[in-house]
Design a protein around this ligand. Structure first.
Ligand code: ADP
Ligand code: MG
Length: 683
């Protein structure tokens, strides 16, 4: 049928993402118009979309305030003004006094009485019948009429194979409506269907479509999981040599939550299939030690481990911390980032390739072409949400590189870590291709951070807070205003802020870190801050992840209204890491936009990362919240994770059951819903 559609229409359909008859069927109405009965003009409540019928008493084209066609109609109950801002000469010719018209739209009560702007309006005869059912209103694009979309949907309904992709047993168990009935009903609702149930999308037909969409998502994610799981990985059982030695040397005991997740990871590593696990834990929850234990387990089995961090600063912090933990155990740790000199770089690469380096730590340079591991058993990605999909996929494939002569044919185990907690509904949906471990308890001995919102007008008070803290032997961060649009401006702002603060605090030792600095300067500034030689560290968001200086007890965020929720939460997490009472001052510049105000209120009222993430999701929606990840994962068109939560668990369970017991149905379902999009998931 698509061949018969003219090119102009096909192009417009393509703009709506419709390329096949089945796409047309999944192009479901946004809402429905009730044209099944007429309202007396006087009864039409404001704001309600109604159909009225009347005789034209007056029609003219007027030019004030702008050109429009004004048509007055009358029925037995009253009169109504219809206004058309865009109109054709043919309409001026037909809408003449004495003619009867039907108009559908919203009635507004304006200064000149009741009116309807841009109604859908057509001439009728005395006995023109009313619609028998609700009229669907489709999402559309310029130049593509509702009538055309309705006609095409009707044809698609006649031509497409509407066979149910769910086995009868599953449909019955979940009391799901039949697919064909559902899709027909949504495009052509019968006369008796409730408009409210369709609008709320809790009608069984909508529920079926929403379930099918969630199921398709689960199927593709679980299939992806299974495919990777089917590969071989080196079994790395816990040898309790290095891991035990590391634990014995720690100045603290693991929390219950850390023990639990460490155990889950340890069990995965022992299996002959690659681990695919996401470790979630709020800022400061102690993920690094868990990663170090996993690395030890790989190393005690004679394999290499790699730890990748999104920024040089964080990678370097990890290098310092893990070297301090692991070097005394005789473990050889290598360091690889993009900014290493040629000689050091070559040496590091050789170390990694020969297997002499048992643990390699670095930025994504670790997983570029040249870096070849001799026996990579475990890859760890810290702050995984900061990496793009492609980097993560590249990493997943690493160690499998068949063209490398010495590379192991086995897939390494993969541990991803994230301090941006993901609400359960979202992780069940978009992270369904991973196993998830959660650290849900902070290490003991932390005092809660006090958060203050301070108007920029009270900057002086903030200055004295900084001075006091530093004079008491504590340290402070000053985060520069964020300039997202321009790196050059960001750099300028950072330099200026540092300059001004140096003048304000001549008595303090001040350092600066920013993204454009040479790596060595960055490292030097961080080291000086860590050792206490620098009291006030002026920084851009490069310190957002991973920086851990327990003596720092004050964080000032300049122009906090410009930062996102998770950024604010991460930045705030840089303090409160030691015993002293810590404070985070969010300095804002009024007037605040509504969203900025909402964000500041949320961060002020909440300390828990999961809670903040839930708010963030609500404010921004899943697409923005997930950022880069979405480009590799089909987004949901019909399902709403909040509203349709109850369908999520069954969708997941049924996906597993279908993959195991009804693979043909599963394949049919995936093809129907995702078609070519599936290609993404093979990556
Ligand atoms: P994150 O989860 O944000 O990566 P880190 O691993 O950097 O957190 O840990 C934050 C701080 O807490 C570090 O200084 C770390 O040494 C410390 N820490 C981790 N686990 C414990 C524990 N069980 N008891 C006390 N301190 C801990
Ligand atoms: Mg960390």
């Amino acid at each position: 049928m698509f061949q018969k559609i003219g090119k102009a229409t096909r192009d417009k359909l393509a703009r709506l993402g419709i390329r096949s008859p089945f796409d047309l069927l999944l192009h479901l109405p946004l809402r429905y118009q009730d044209e099944t009965h007429l309202y007396p003009i006087a009864d039409a409540a404001p704001g309600q979309t109604v159909l009225v019928e009347g005789i034209i008493t007056h029609a003219s084209v007027t030019y004030k305030p702008r050109k429009m066609l004004a048509v007055k109609i009358r029925d037995a109950s009253g009169t109504l003004q219809l206004r058309f801002l865009h109109f054709y000469p043919s309409q001026v010719a037909t809408f003449t006094p004495g003619v009867t018209v039907r108009a559908a739209g919203e009635v507004r009560h304006g200064f000149f009485g009741a009116e309807m702007v841009h109604p859908q309006c057509h001439v009728v005869k005395k006995d023109t019948p009313l619609a028998e059912a609700l009229t669907p209103v489709y999402p559309t694009t310029q130049g593509l009429s509702q009538a055309t979309l309705r006609k095409l949907a009707g044809e698609a309904l006649r031509q497409c194979d509407l066979k149910d992709t769910l086995p009868q047993a599953i449909r019955a168990a979940l009391r799901l409506a039949d697919f064909e009935d559902s899709i027909r009903l949504l495009h052509q609702p019968p006369p008796d269907v409730s408009p409210a149930a369709l609008d709320e999308r809790n009608h069984p037909a909508w529920q079926r479509l929403i379930f099918d969409e969630l199921l398709a998502q689960q199927l593709s994610m679980r299939l992806h999981y299974r495919r990777r799981h089917a590969r071989g990985a080196p079994p790395l059982p816990s040898g309790k040599t290095l891991t035990a030695a590391l634990q014995a040397r720690l100045p603290f005991a693991l929390t219950g939550a850390q023990q639990r997740v460490a155990h889950e990871i340890s069990a995965d590593l022992a299996r002959p299939h690659p681990m695919q696990r996401l470790l979630q834990g709020d800022v400061g929850s102690g993920k690094t030690i868990v990663a170090a234990l996993a690395a030890c387990q790989a190393i005690e089995n004679g394999f290499q481990a790699a730890l990748m961090a999104p920024t040089e600063i964080l990678a370097e912090q990890h290098f310092l911390k893990l070297s301090a933990w692991l070097a005394p155990l005789g473990i050889n740790v290598a360091w690889l980032t993009g900014s290493l000199g040629k000689k050091d770089r070559t040496a590091a690469l050789e170390h990694i390739a020969s297997g002499a380096a048992q643990l390699a730590i670095g930025t994504h340079a670790l997983f570029q072409e040249q870096a070849i591991f001799s026996r990579l058993g475990l890859a760890i990605i810290d702050e995984q949400h900061r990496f793009g999909v492609h980097q993560r996929l590249a990493l997943r494939e690493k160690g499998k590189a068949a063209d490398a002569p010495h590379a192991s044919p086995l897939t390494p185990h993969l541990l991803m870590m994230s301090a941006t907690p993901i609400p359960r509904t979202l992780s069940m949906s978009y992270y369904a291709d991973l196993d998830i471990s959660v650290i849900d308890e902070p290490p003991p001995g932390r005092t809660p951070i006090v958060t203050r919102l301070v108007d920029n007008a009270r900057r002086e008070e903030v200055f004295s807070r900084v001075r006091d803290a530093c004079m008491q032997g504590r340290q402070a961060y000053w985060v520069c205003p964020l300039i997202e649009e321009s790196e050059t401006l960001q750099l300028k702002t950072a330099l200026e802020t540092c300059e001004t603060l140096s003048q304000t605090f001549p008595e303090l030792a001040i350092g600066l870190v920013h993204g454009r600095q040479p790596a060595a300067d960055k490292a030097a500034a961080m080291a000086a801050f860590k050792s206490g030689d620098i009291q006030l560290l002026v920084a851009t968001t490069v310190i957002e992840v991973g920086v851990d200086v327990p003596n720092a007890s004050l964080m000032v965020i300049d122009h906090a209204e410009r930062f996102g929720l998770s950024q604010l939460h991460q930045l705030r997490g840089r303090v409160g890491r030691g015993a002293p009472q810590s404070t985070c001052i969010l300095m804002y510049q009024p007037p605040l936009s509504e969203t900025a105000r909402a964000r500041l209120k949320i961060i002020y009222e909440n300390a828990d990362g999961f809670e903040i993430a839930r708010h963030d999701l609500r404010l921004r929606g899943p697409g923005e919240f997930l950022g880069a990840r979405q480009s590799g994962v089909p987004m949901l068109r019909f399902a709403d994770l909040e509203r349709d939560q109850a369908l999520l668990d069954p969708a997941r369970a049924i996906a597993e059951q279908m993959l195991a017991e009804f693979p043909e149905h599963a394949e049919l379902h995936l093809t129907r819903w995702l078609g070519l999009q599936q290609e993404f998931l093979k990556a």
